[in-house]
Design a protein around this ligand. Structure first.
Ligand SMILES: [Mn+2]
Length: 365
């Protein structure tokens, strides 16, 4: 007879009962006070007259990720562990645009999910002080001004000791995000980049676009291409991306490699490469790494990408030692069907954060 107490589902179910911070109760009391007690005849405690963020039904109150607290006063961000931040910019797209609506699509889809994650035995609300600081004010007609805004905003979050959890936007935003973080890490930063595309040419359509971010990010003083590992690449390809890798010694792991080696071996290679001589590792996930059937809502979908459970296993493995920040980019809700793509992104955020909590590797500096 198999002992069901060895199943992760049961182990996690037990763990969750052992860790209650009282945060859930606090939020309930806040909702009852600010939203007014419910009408007569309604018996369940926690239902208020006016729906209040984080306890309202999933079809209500979608203005923040996972209905987290809104950090309206950006000067006070340091009181949180983690800040979700949107970057609604897609003027870097060279194919179908629409990722400027990514942050609002992801926020809307995220409210269908729960901060309690049974796959990790973690309730994010109990373990992490999370906020949504809103969006960076982008300048759609000017990438350099937008990049400066992003660098300042992400730098502000990071400098205050808070891990930025970034919702793109197209992939060009990753370079200014790293430019914001890199001055505040006293050592090298490795990068785990999960994507169908290499995105490392110097110039695209005469500008810094969403196929160029790694060229520039790896020119930052403490980020080397030697610590850049690109997982899931292949398909719709630009020759310059291969040349960059040959000349700068970055590491590419294709879908074919994943088929041959499996996720666990790939993880070993990725962690060894990204962490070598580094103090911290950044995670950048382009949602288009998923097989097109699982992510219609993106600008450059491709056939033959990762399956959802492959991606979730990869994330679980590569983020266990910790990350200093993360982004998920290229969610374009206008092409989405039933919010599949926004839901995928939301699930990835929740699982990565749960994994950091589980492994006690939430970034502190
Ligand atoms: Mn990309």
């Amino acid at each position: 007879m198999y002992d069901k107490n060895q199943l992760l589902a049961h182990i996690n179910a037990k763990r969750i009962d052992e860790t209650v911070s009282g945060r859930g109760q606090e939020l309930m009391e806040h909702a009852m006070e600010f939203g007014l007690p419910a009408a007569e005849g309604i018996r369940e405690y926690g239902i208020s007259t006016f729906a209040r963020t984080s306890l309202s039904p999933t079809f209500s109150c979608g203005e923040t990720f996972l209905r987290n607290e809104k950090c309206d006063d950006a000067r006070k961000v340091s009181q949180y562990d983690v800040a979700f931040v949107g970057i609604p910019y897609d003027s870097g797209t060279t194919n179908r645009s629409g990722a400027r609506l990514g942050p609002q699509g992801i926020r809307r889809a995220s409210i269908q999910l729960s901060p309690y994650n049974p796959d990790y035995g973690v309730d994010l609300r109990e373990h992490l002080k999370m906020c949504d600081i809103g969006d960076i004010y982008t300048i759609p007609a000017n990438s350099e001004k937008t990049f400066n805004q992003i660098t300042k905003g992400i730098g502000h979050i990071f400098r205050n000791g808070v891990m930025p959890v970034i919702m793109g936007g197209d992939h060009s935003i990753t370079y200014p995000c790293l430019r914001g973080i890199s001055p505040y890490i006293d050592g090298n930063i490795g990068v785990i980049h999960i994507d169908r595309h290499g995105d490392c040419q110097e110039i695209q359509m005469d500008e810094k676009m969403h196929g160029t971010e790694w060229f520039y990010a790896t020119k930052l003083p403490n980020i080397s291409a030697k610590n850049l590992v690109q997982i899931g690449v292949g398909g719709n390809w630009v020759k310059e991306w291969s040349r960059f890798s040959n000349e700068n010694s970055s590491t590419m792991i294709s879908m074919e490699d994943i088929d041959e080696l499996g996720i666990d071996k790939v993880t070993e290679i990725a962690l060894e490469t990204a962490w070598k001589g580094c103090k911290a590792v950044y995670l950048s996930l382009d949602i288009d790494v998923l097989e097109a059937a699982f992510c219609p809502g993106t600008g450059t979908p491709d056939f033959g990408g990762m399956l959802p459970r492959e991606l979730l296993r990869l994330l679980r493995k590569v983020t266990a030692p910790g990350i200093c920040g993360m982004d998920i980019v290229e969610v374009a809700p206008a092409y989405d069907i039933s919010e599949i793509t926004s839901l995928a992104a939301s699930r990835c955020y929740i699982n990565v954060l749960s994994n950091l909590v589980l492994n006690n590797t939430v970034y502190v500096h």
